[in-house]
Design a protein around this ligand. Structure first.
Ligand code: NDP
Length: 309
């Protein structure tokens, strides 16, 4: 019997218990799944950053901690965690992000807000450019960035992507490293942030990097809040350097009521909903990783603790 501890209250046990049991059965795993197992008996921990579990020291026989979220910044630096850590890569999460990024890109590209503001009888034609004339840059070419890059390319946008290491993706201009960043920013009429939060990416978009974007660029941030320096973004919005920002993630969540993003006329606040881990598909990923662990195979989506993602 494999002991699997469900160690979080969000997402709720009620949402995950049945899909996890179904996925374990489908994978042929004999699992005791519970929210309460003596630490030394736990084989695997299903975890999320909302978990109250912060000290992994008593989990002496645990073979892996399986994070339900793609981002691991809340746990990766935990010095009590010596067990392997795996993050979530899930079909539902990827498709959700593609839909969010494509939807908000098209909103800004077509300037749908312009027409929404003229429903009182103003007949003021404004023809948007074609996608082929609207270069987009995506910072981060991982699981989510790559899927979004391909989808935007399919829609006809010229897409540039930026990553830490060199990449080749059909139809996408791939740049990397510090030296590639200025070029990636310089053409971006729409900039999409899909980087993990690490020491290197914190405050990446500061005043000087915002100034490297073409005047009037739009920013979509479904990555993490601290990728952008809030005050620098507000100053760039006020000066017209940035025309609009759609933000899904923030330094403090929920975004405090007094934060200037709420009242800013050119900021759209989304409450961290760009993409959710879906219980049915995520449970299959968890089951597959436990199957691998039991078979002595390498885990999928193992986090590189030194790299931070
Ligand atoms: P991945 O780990 O698959 O990809 C991360 C990408 O960022 C890689 O291309 C990586 O480069 C690049 N990168 C990391 N550090 C640097 C750096 N210093 N310089 C340049 N590039 C860098 O992550 P995912 O695509 O799965 O997810 C990305 C992020 O999206 C998550 O970490 C999370 O923060 C966010 N997210 C937000 C959600 C939401 O609802 N708002 C939902 C899910 C995720 P390389 O390929 O060279 O390693």
């Amino acid at each position: 019997m494999i002991n699997v501890l469900y160690a979080t209250t969000a997402p709720a046990w009620a949402d995950y218990e049945t899909p996890l049991r179904r996925a374990f059965d489908a994978a042929g795993l004999q699992v005791h799944l519970s929210q309460d197992i003596a630490p030394e008996k736990v084989d695997y921990i299903v975890y999320s950053p909302k978990s109250a579990l912060t000290d992994f020291t008593p989990y002496t026989n645990t073979k892996a901690v399986l994070n339900l979220w793609a981002g691991v910044e809340a746990i990766v630096g935990n010095t009590t965690l010596t067990q392997p850590l795996c993050r979530m890569v899930d079909h539902g999460l990827e498709r959700g992000m593609v839909e969010w990024v494509a939807g908000h890109t098209l909103r800004h590209h077509l300037d749908i807000d312009y027409f929404l503001a003229r429903q009182s009888g103003s007949w003021e034609p404004m023809v948007p450019p074609l996608a082929q004339d609207r270069p987009i840059t995506i910072l981060g070419l991982g699981e989510l960035g790559r899927a979004c890059a391909k989808a935007l390319h399919q829609l006809g946008f010229p897409v540039t992507g930026w990553s830490r290491t060199e990449k080749q993706i059909d139809g996408i201009t791939c740049l990397h490293g510090t030296e590639g960043l200025e070029q990636a920013l310089s053409s971006a009429q729409i900039l999409v942030l899909l980087l993990p939060l690490t020491e290197e990416t914190t405050d990446l978009l500061d005043a000087s990097r915002l100034a490297q974007l073409p005047k009037g660029a739009t920013i979509l941030n479904p990555g993490r809040g601290p990728l952008i320096v809030d005050e620098a973004l507000i100053a760039a919005l006020d000066s017209g350097q940035i025309s609009r920002a759609t933000l899904d993630v923030f330094r403090a969540e929920p975004l405090p009521a007094a934060h200037p993003f709420w009242a800013h006329p050119r900021v759209t606040v989304c409450p961290h909903i760009a993409s959710e881990t879906r219980a049915s598909t995520a449970s299959e990923v968890i089951a597959e990783n436990i199957r691998r662990g039991e078979a002595g195979e390498d885990f999928l989506f193992r986090v590189d603790r030194a790299r931070g993602y």
